[in-house]
Design a protein around this ligand. Sequence first.
Ligand SMILES: [Zn+2]
Ligand SMILES: [Zn+2]
Length: 337
Amino acid sequence: MSTMQSLQFLEAGKFAFREVPAPRLQGAGEAIVRPVAASVCDIDRPLIQGTSPWKGPFAFGHEAVAEVVEIGDAVKSVRAGELVAVAWHINCGVCDRCVRGLTAHCRAVPPPAMYGLPVGGEWGGLFDDLVRVPFADAMLRVVPRGIDPIDAVSAGDNLSLGYQIMSGHIASGRTRILVLGSASVGINQVAFATALGATEVVYVDDDAGNREIAAKLGAVAVEGPPDRALGTFDLVVDVAFNAAWLRRAVRMVEPEGIVECLGGYFGDVDLPVFAMYVQGVTLRLGRANNGPYMAPTLATLRAGTVKPSLWSTPFAWSDAPEVLATPTLKPVAVRSR
Ligand SMILES: [Zn+2]
Ligand SMILES: [Zn+2]
């Protein structure tokens, strides 16, 4: 049996490369890929700090751009040697939920099947040397020539979540937008908001470096907590992982406005539901359904209107155990193809 190196999350702040069995094709619609750029999702941050429900050891990582190594006979959309963005979640692309765009809720696999966490089966992590992709046509998108893997590394997760949220809401006229930020997901939201035509974007974050990036992207960037003096917004996007901020922000919504909460809460959160009822607030929580949004996200990168490498820090693949112990805004492990 052949083996490979797998980056394992062990415990808070601790990672190590371990030798594990290499995956093999198990069906005609599958692919084996080799990640060449990989990064952390913001949901990995509490995991790394040891404050999430998930304890190691397990294969880490669910954001990567990879080279296709091998494909099954039925795979149509990618070929060996091509560079591809990999979806963070395992999805078939053809069940009734996937067809409706709910690819994070695919019926073909145990929920919530994904890379890089011990949930919904054993799928490995995207810092592994080789990764089995069980539904290659649904889960892989070719990275167009000329796009740096560092820019596209999150196209299967955090980055296309920016496209998903902003394209839908801005198209329906929600153009005054408040983003409660904490890390790269907040910056991605700002980047897509300004790229896709928001009229005003306010970004709230206690980190001065993050505020500087958001301001360069066109947002009004202020320290927290979110203050009602900022006005009211058609759309609030919460990625601050801060319940007190969320309680304030749901009171800063225009009548019948929307609050998109992108996760980070592992317990109950008290909210002013009567005030929300009077104002007419739609609060939506949910994981990213990236399937339909990976291709338009890559097209946006190609157009050059969003450039994630501006807020990314590349590093050598072999340094991952040390670098990921205290991650910067967007650390991207890279290795040669
Ligand atoms: Zn993620
Ligand atoms: Zn499905």
